[in-house]
Design a protein around this ligand. Sequence first.
Ligand code: NAD
Ligand code: IMJ
Length: 257
Amino acid sequence: MSEFAGKHGLIVGVANKRSIAWAIARAVAAKGARLAVTYQGERLEDSVRELSADLADPLVLPLDVTSDEQIAEVAARCDQTFGGLDFVVHGAAFAPREELARPFLETSRDGFRVALDISAYSLVALARATAPLMEKNGGGSLLTLTYLGSERVFPNYNVMGVAKAALESSVRYLAAELGPRAIRVNAISAGPIKTLAASGISGFSSILQVYRDKAPLRRNTETGEVADAAAFLLGPAGRGVTGEILIVDGGYSIVGL
Ligand code: NAD
Ligand code: IMJ
């Protein structure tokens, strides 16, 4: 039950109560973890502070993952307050809205850069900044979130698909290098969920319907299901797993027709 008692984690990617990262935060906090939760910009500060009020003595910090200074500051604050880290959740993703609306062929150089910077490079930067803190604690677990659009073409996913392919490859390269330091690196590939990152995506409701119809479990993925899989990868039960992309999508991806 309290498999995370005495453990410290950093959660990046909470915007509101629907965020997948928030479901993960709740799941590991319920199992005893003490958390640092970050918010991207003042716009989200109130929302994240309000949510975090339910956690036991949380550290709530600003973090824009495009800033190396802010990443260093977050790592320093975790070090000061917790004396190290046992796990890190990376749930940040972004592409400029227009890149998800026009044809992939029209992807701009800047849109490509921004999408890859925020959605893929940030994992590498976060890993570099937090690895010494996890090493201090005798090892750790780093987890990110991805989507099947990394391997297959989904309408409008566009440059985010390219960014997720880079993210998943980064998981493997980081896992290979950090394994000798007892740090595991994994991703969960979740089925579509109606979060802020899905808002305003044209046809998202029909996508949910297709998944519901075709997935072996005949229903949509819930954040709580992703969170339980995350707790497995972040905690002692996942100790033998690294470099893995664990699919939590009700089985949708196995179906051919
Ligand atoms: P969400 O909007 O709640 O989370 C995305 C987070 O990214 C937000 O908290 C946002 O603040 C953060 N972010 C964006 N730019 C940032 C920056 N520069 N610095 C710091 N943070 C930044 O939506 P979500 O669905 O919970 O997304 C979390 C992760 O799950 C993303 O990686 C997303 O690609 C992935 N995912 C989502 C779905 C889905 O259908 N919702 C499916 C599979 C994977
Ligand atoms: C997003 C766009 C198009 C198709 C999509 C999605 N499908 C799914 C998503 C099929 C499941 C959600 N997803 C997996 C994401 O990673 C979303 C990332 C995202 C969403 C937005 C919307 C608002 C914005 N920029 C974004 N950048 C990344 O301005």
